[in-house]
Write a protein that binds this ligand. Structure first.
Ligand code: ADP
Length: 186
């Protein structure tokens, strides 16, 4: 049985940075659906063409598309050997249901990196990423509350949610997450 984890958190919560470090520390494979989609857009694949406008507008890519990509990735052999840390997935209840089917009892922990809407908005405006227009930021946060926040309850019911305070330096936050992971895999 391998170690499967997910990290949730609003856009700008720092989850991507932390996910990379945590995956390395615990020897699991970091899977970022945002990175996969951006690569597809850059390479101009069919998937990229389908996703680009939605991403630019801050909208979600449909579950039917994203579930297929994640399913394909999780079925690769490296995952059954090393385990995974999903970053940016699941983002809707439909995706969470799919993940439960795909990961079964391997899913051990859902980390929620908690940072307020006010704080993440300030962070995103100052980082100036290409898809970080003010409208897109507002739309992404709105969708997070509507579609992704309900997953917190879902993971609580599954008994695997751990809330980590995302305020503080990168190192401080990292130490908190490490503690949560260690506790979950003991
Ligand atoms: P952010 O956290 O700022 O939204 P990501 O890199 O996680 O950045 O994702 C970028 C974009 O890719 C999202 O705004 C969305 O359009 C799309 N995307 C990524 N993951 C998913 C997902 N699980 N479901 C639907 N769309 C997704």
């Amino acid at each position: 049985m391998t170690l499967g984890m997910v990290i949730l958190g609003r856009q700008g919560s720092g989850k991507g940075t932390q996910a990379i470090r945590i995956a390395e520390q615990f020897g699991v494979i970091h899977i970022s659906t945002g990175d996969m989609l951006r690569t597809a857009v850059k390479e101009g694949t069919e998937l990229g063409l389908q996703a680009k406008d939605l991403m630019d507008a801050g909208e979600l890519v449909p579950d039917s598309i994203i579930n297929g990509i994640v399913q394909e990735r999780l079925q690769k052999e490296d995952i059954s050997r090393s385990g995974f840390l999903l970053d940016g997935y699941p983002r809707t209840v439909g995706q969470a249901i799919e993940l439960r089917k795909l990961a079964h009892e391997n899913l051990k922990l859902a980390i929620n990196l908690e940072v307020s809407i006010k704080e993440v908005t300030e962070r995103m405006i100052s980082r100036g990423r290409e898809d970080d227009t003010e409208e897109a930021i507002a739309r992404r946060l709105e969708l997070y509350e509507a579609e992704t926040a309900p997953l917190l309850e879902w993971f609580t019911e599954a008994g695997i949610l751990c809330v980590v305070d995302g305020l503080g330096s990168e190192t401080e936050v990292y130490a908190r997450i490490v503690k949560a992971v260690e506790k979950a895999i003991l």
